[in-house]
Design a protein around this ligand. Structure first.
Ligand SMILES: Cc1cc2nc3c(=O)[nH]c(=O)nc-3n(C[C@H](O)[C@H](O)[C@H](O)COP(=O)(O)O)c2cc1C
Length: 206
């Protein structure tokens, strides 16, 4: 049995305003999968947090830390420690939810740290950490997820993470409707499990 300190650490961010909605149900399965693979998963439910939007004051330029005092402080620290991230958001107007976008914008403190303070060159190709993105939308258009995926890709880059896999579900509208699709829930479980195993393979100390 691995010591907790040696376990793969994953943050699971629930980005929907619905506590028991579609993306929450999928992410819970991914969390189960990651835990069953031995990962230590910290769940963050954004709707329960007090988090201001980014105020664009660039207080983060001094030390790469956001200077607004609210619940983001703990998340900022956690997101720098974890090996991986699982992020779930509904599609709202072809983008992520407002809750999710507030977190993304606050993480500009980590973008500032990475590129301005630590002077990491742009155009990074290989990332030490990996992320899974889960999204659902009610319509079925080909381009439904394009905006969200672009946002998530560059958000994860700020965290030094590769967008490793996306699970995208069209035609899902009512609260909990995704539970009528056991294959989707199984896919989410498998993705969480595979993410934890992949991070473990990449990290010889875990
Ligand atoms: C404010 C708002 C905006 C939405 N915008 C879109 C949209 O642009 N495209 C779409 O297909 N569905 C849209 N939807 C539907 C949700 O994406 C869909 O119901 C999804 O399954 C909700 O996931 P959740 O239960 O995890 O919150 C929107 C819903 C709301 C409340």
């Amino acid at each position: 049995m691995k010591e907790d300190s040696q376990k793969i650490q994953i943050a699971a961010v629930f980005g929907s305003p619905r506590r028991n909605g579609n993306t929450a149900a999928l992410l819970k399965k991914a969390v189960d999968g990651a835990r069953d693979a031995g990962a230590d998963v910290t769940e963050i439910v954004l709707r329960d947090l007090k988090m201001s939007p980014c105020l664009e004051i660039y207080g983060c330029k001094k030390q790469g830390r956001c200077v607004i005092k609210d619940d983001y402080g703990e998340i900022e620290a956690l997101l720098q420690q974890v090996d991986g991230l699982m992020l779930a958001s509904p599609i709202f107007f072809y983008a992520v939810s407002a809750h999710t976008k507030i977190l993304m914008d606050r993480c500009n403190s980590l973008w500032v740290k990475k590129y301005w303070i630590d002077k990491t060159p742009f155009g990074q190709k290989s990332y030490p950490r990996k992320g899974l993105f889960i999204a659902a939308g009610s319509t079925k258009g080909k381009r439904l997820f394009e905006g969200a995926i672009l946002s998530v890709k560059y958000f994860m880059d700020a965290l030094d993470m590769e967008l490793w896999q996306s699970l995208l579900y069209r035609g899902i509208e009512n609260e909990g409707q995704i539970r009528d699709f056991p294959d989707a829930l199984q896919e989410a479980y498998d993705a969480g499990n595979a993410l934890a195993r992949r991070l473990s393979d990449d990290n010889p100390h875990s």
